[in-house]
Structures are given as structure tokens and as C-alpha cells.
Design a protein around this ligand. Structure first.
Ligand SMILES: NC(=O)c1ccc[n+]([C@@H]2O[C@H](COP(=O)([O-])OP(=O)(O)OC[C@H]3O[C@@H](n4cnc5c(N)ncnc54)[C@H](OP(=O)(O)O)[C@@H]3O)[C@@H](O)[C@H]2O)c1
Length: 284
């Protein structure tokens, strides 16, 4: 298989103002690609590009555009700009997303809607808008950002897990559908990664501190993603703990349910429903 020529790659990275998207965009730029970086915050995008320039990156290889991907006009503007500047795209990293923690019954309907707006609907529309540009690209690739929660849901993350399962379902279908256009589709499923993800959640009523578990660097995810693109892999799961968790969930789902119930009790000691259940047990 011919090795990908990164210096000829015209890429778009969503969520490039922070975390995984920032690391992916930086790695692409360092490899010589020309990258359109997008996020909501103009300041954060400027800081990412400023950091790369100070490392010696060619400013001509980086374009930033601040858009809210949940807004149709913003998406249209983003792809108009991509067409004007690049003509076509060889790679799209469809990474922007948010989380939400807490038990579903304690949240109002806006949480599920907010999470789906960006993680699912915007992600899918970015695919739709990308198609004409990727169709004209060289060895084109679409990368969707899943999660370990795209393979096994976690309690206290119902909205997020549902959105990431939707990413899996959507990506699996698209992978086959887009064969007729010659577009390779890869889903990346990282485990806990050291990014500001927790600071940006829509709602956090879980009081679950997983910061100490965020042992994987975003650079590790970026390196593995680029390798997976070169190898034309269909899906990757990152961290051996994540792989083990997914495997155990497949072969012994009841055992994992049991473990997650204990985990939930530990992390939601004052959750209303659990309290009531314990109280009922005491009375009998
Ligand atoms: N960190 C982890 O442990 C982990 C693990 C598995 C999967 N993931 C996935 O990786 C992706 C990136 O997460 P991260 O950890 O890098 O989090 P992050 O540091 O919070 O970055 C999220 C990015 O998404 C952008 N974004 C959010 N809402 C947007 C909107 N409406 N329109 C446009 N851009 C928007 C943000 O832009 P602004 O900052 O400019 O608002 C930011 O660039 C997500 O899809 C997440 O689900 C993360």
C-alpha cells in the first residue's frame, strides 16, 4: 500500500480549538498537511495556531474559522470557505463534541437535545457537507470520533453514551455507503484522555472525578489516528483498559452490569432513587 503523502493532504479538523482536535490538527500541520481548523472560540483557535507558528509551522498551512456546527448557516459558511481555499478535501476529522454527566432522570430534556445537536446531528451534517469536497479529494478519508462509550455505555453518562452509540451506527452505515465514492471511513474510539472535556460538559451532576484516569495524552490519540488512516483501518479502540472493558462487556455483560452498578452506588451516594431503594429495603 502506498504511504500517504501528508504534505499533499488538505484537511479539515472540527473541534480543533482544544483537546483531541487540537492535537490532531497540530500533528497534521507538523507532518506538512494544510489544515482548516475549526471550533467555536476565535481566541482558542488563534492560540493553537500561534503555538504552531512559534514552533516554526508555515502560517500558509493553517486556516481558522470559528463556527458553531449546530447552526446550519455556520456549517454552510465553513464548507464554502473550504471549497474556496482548498477546492477539495482529502481528510475530514469529525471530532467536535461535548459530554454530560449525571443520572438521566435528574436531567431535563434539554441535556439530551444539546448533546445530540453537536455529537450526532452536527457530526452527520458535517459528513453530508463534506461529501462533494471529499469526492474530489486524493485518497479521501472521513474520521468520526467515537469513544469507549460508543461500544459500551456508562451509567451516569446516558445522554453521552447514546450519542456515541449513534456515532457508531451512523459510521458503520456510511463506511459501506461511501465505498462507491472511494472514501475511506474510520471511527476512532478513545478511552479517558487528558483534555479539558470535563470542564466543557453540558451538565455535571455526577460528581464523578475521573481526572486521575485521564492517563492517555491527546498526542497519543493523534498519533494512533494518523497511523490508522495510513493503514486504512476501519475502527480503532484506544487504551488496553478500554479494549479489555469492551471485550469483557461482550463476553460477560452481566458481570460488567454488576460492576457498573457498584460503581454507580459509589459515585452517586446521594442519588435520590438509590436512597429511596435503600430506605425501602431497610423497612422490609
Ligand atoms: N477526552 C476524552 O477522554 C475523550 C474520550 C473519548 C472520546 N472523546 C471525544 O473526543 C472529541 C473531542 O473531545 P475533547 O476531549 O478534545 O474535548 P474538548 O477539549 O472539550 O474539545 C471539544 C471541542 O469541540 C468543540 N465544540 C464543542 N461544541 C461545538 C459546537 N457546537 N460547534 C463547534 N465546535 C464545538 C470545542 O470548541 P470550543 O472550545 O471552541 O467551544 C472544542 O474544540 C469529542 O467528540 C469527545 O466526545 C473524548
Amino acid at each position: 500500500m502506498a504511504r500517504r503523502t501528508w504534505s499533499e493532504t488538505r484537511g479539515l479538523v472540527t473541534g480543533a480549538s482544544s483537546g483531541l482536535g487540537q492535537a490532531l490538527a497540530a500533528r497534521l500541520v507538523r507532518a506538512g498537511a494544510t489544515v482548516l481548523l475549526t471550533g467555536r472560540s476565535t481566541e482558542r483557535l488563534a492560540a493553537v495556531v500561534g503555538g504552531l507558528k512559534s514552533e516554526g509551522a508555515d502560517p500558509a498551512r493553517m486556516i481558522t474559522v470559528a463556527v458553531d456546527l449546530t447552526i446550519e448557516e455556520d456549517r454552510r459558511w465553513l464548507f464554502t470557505l473550504a471549497r474556496e481555499r482548498f477546492g477539495a478535501l482529502d481528510l475530514v476529522i469529525n471530532n467536535a463534541g461535548v459530554g454530560a454527566t449525571g443520572q438521566f432522570d435528574t436531567h431535563d430534556a434539554s441535556v439530551l437535545r444539546h448533546v445530540f445537536e453537536i455529537n450526532v446531528f452536527a457530526m452527520a451534517e458535517v459528513c453530508r457537507e463534506s461529501l462533494p469536497l471529499l469526492s474530489g479529494g486524493r485518497d479521501p478519508v472521513m474520521v468520526t470520533m467515537g469513544s469507549i462509550n460508543a461500544r459500551r455505555a456508562l451509567p451516569g453518562r446516558s445522554e453521552y453514551s447514546a450519542s456515541k452509540f449513534a456515532v457508531t451506527g451512523f459510521t458503520e452505515a456510511l463506511r459501506i455507503e461511501w465505498r462507491r465514492f472511494g472514501i475511506h471511513v474510520l471511527q476512532v474510539d478513545p478511552g479517558f484522555t487528558d483534555t479539558p472535556f470535563d470542564e466543557n460538559v453540558v451538565v455535571d451532576t455526577a460528581r464523578v472525578a475521573v481526572n486521575d484516569r485521564r492517563t492517555m495524552s491527546p498526542e497519543t490519540v493523534a498519533r494512533a489516528t494518523m497511523r490508522a488512516i495510513e493503514r486504512r483501518q476501519r475502527q480503532i479502540t484506544l487504551t488496553w483498559q478500554g479494549k479489555l472493558f469492551v471485550l469483557t462487556s461482550t463476553v460477560a455483560p452481566r458481570l460488567v452490569d454488576w460492576g457498573l452498578t457498584r460503581w454507580l452506588l459509589k459515585h452517586f451516594p446521594d442519588a435520590p432513587v438509590l436512597r429511596k431503594n435503600r430506605g425501602n429495603q431497610n423497612r422490609t
